[in-house]
Design a protein around this ligand. Structure first.
Ligand code: GLA
Length: 376
């Protein structure tokens, strides 16, 4: 089964857009190894839009741009596979991709065969330029079946930005992850708007088919295609932690050939990755910070994990610090129960907490405790 846990990898779009080349992809594969990302579980190296020629060949097939990819896609796939990594590519359900290149509407079968022939392990499938008469869900089902018929195991990454209430039908198409929002930009507002729009829909996201709240902008530092002001280190860490708690696929968007220490520490944080990869993939049981008039300004929850463990967490989207008292009756704890907790960022153990506890959340900050229930 594919996507038992959220898929992890890198995608070219956020930083490079149309500036993609064979050298860039090979260097990125090398950097996945040398930086420790592969050892941490990141495995897919994905080329986004703008990889093909502007016209199909005489046989109707998509052709890799020979200036960008002089040895062709199979060569690149072989290189990526030789490093123990997996190779991802991109097409679109409409007549042209979002950047105007030919895409797979009514070419599903031949394109799936082309991708399988390249040695592709992952296909991102966008939604631009869909003919008005065509039914969106059916187009995703068509490509999913074409990929299955290709004879190669290919993870299907749907990208219709949440249209048609995607979470209610996408699992039925066989897709393994689904973009549920518009595109992310590199600033705190864009990142938090995207995440907050999906908090109440996470119950649909589960093993086999995960809600994808878009590629990470951690470490982009206002450079590249989705530059929009950038974030501070603590905000990039907040972004990563939020994607982990929401169990989104993690597709890195920065230039990993050139990562600073803070970015590496964020993307390789073992405790956060362990949360992201938790096999139960349950949504959080929510509670609030006492001010019921602004519940959307914090994301507070109790999240069950595998092996009878859980998280107690708070994310603060406000520009001001928030002090939240978690009343244990609000999270359903019966009298006589207490929590044994460890702050996952500092490692500090909290003495058995009972009745209530305090979450001190800095502006644009978070706290995550991992723990077990105990009977007093
Ligand atoms: C859409 C998608 C992006 C990216 C671009 C490529 O906007 O949402 O993630 O794939 O198309 O053109």
């Amino acid at each position: 089964m594919l996507a038992k846990t959220p898929p992890l990898g890198w995608n070219s779009w956020n930083t490079f857009a149309e500036n993609i080349t064979e050298d860039l992809l090979m260097e990125t594969a090398d950097a996945m190894i040398s930086s420790g990302l592969k050892d941490a579980g990141y495995e897919y190296v994905v080329i986004d839009d703008c990889w093909s020629l502007r016209q199909r060949g005489a046989d109707g097939r998509l052709i890799a741009d020979p200036e960008k990819f002089p040895h062709g896609m199979k060569y690149l796939a072989d290189y990526i596979h030789s490093k123990g990594l997996k190779f991802g590519m991109y097409s679109c359900a409409g007549t042209r991709t979002c950047a105007g290149y030919p895409s797979s509407f009514e070419y599903e079968l031949v394109d799936a065969q082309t991708f399988a022939g390249f040695g592709v392990d992952f296909l991102k499938y966008d939604f631009c330029n869909k003919p008005r008469h065509a039914d969106g869900p059916l187009l995703y089902h068509r490509m999913s079946l074409a990929l299955k018929a290709s004879g190669r195991e290919i993870l299907f990454s749907a990208c219709n930005w949440g249209s048609d209430h995607v979470e209610t039908w996408i699992r039925s198409t066989g897709a393994h992850m689904y973009r549920s929002t518009g595109d992310i930009f590199d600033n705190f507002q864009s990142m938090s708007d995207i995440a907050r729009s999906r908090i109440d829909k996470l119950a649909y996201s589960a093993p086999g088919c995960f809600d994808d709240i878009d590629m990470l902008v951690c470490g982009m530092r206002n450079k590249g295609n989705v530059a929009a002001g950038g974030m501070r280190d603590e905000e990039y860490l907040f972004h990563f932690a939020l994607w982990c708690v929401m169990q989104s696929p993690l597709m890195i968007g920065c230039d990993i050939r050139d990562m600073d220490a803070a970015t590496k520490a964020t993307l390789l944080n073992k405790e956060l990755l362990r949360i992201n990869q938790d096999v139960e993939a349950r949504p959080a049981f929510p509670f609030n910070c006492g001010r019921r008039d602004h519940p959307e300004r914090e994301f507070l929850g109790f999240k069950h994990l595998a092996d009878n463990e859980f998280l107690l967490f708070g994310f603060n989207f406000n520009d001001k610090a928030r002090d939240c008292f978690v009343e244990f009756y609000d999270i359903g704890l019966p009298a006589g129960c207490a929590l044994r907790l460890r702050d996952i960022m500092t490692g500090a153990e909290v003495p058995a907490a009972k009745d209530y506890m305090r979450l001190q959340l800095p502006a644009h900050g978070f706290q995550i405790y991992r723990g077990k229930l105990i009977t007093l």
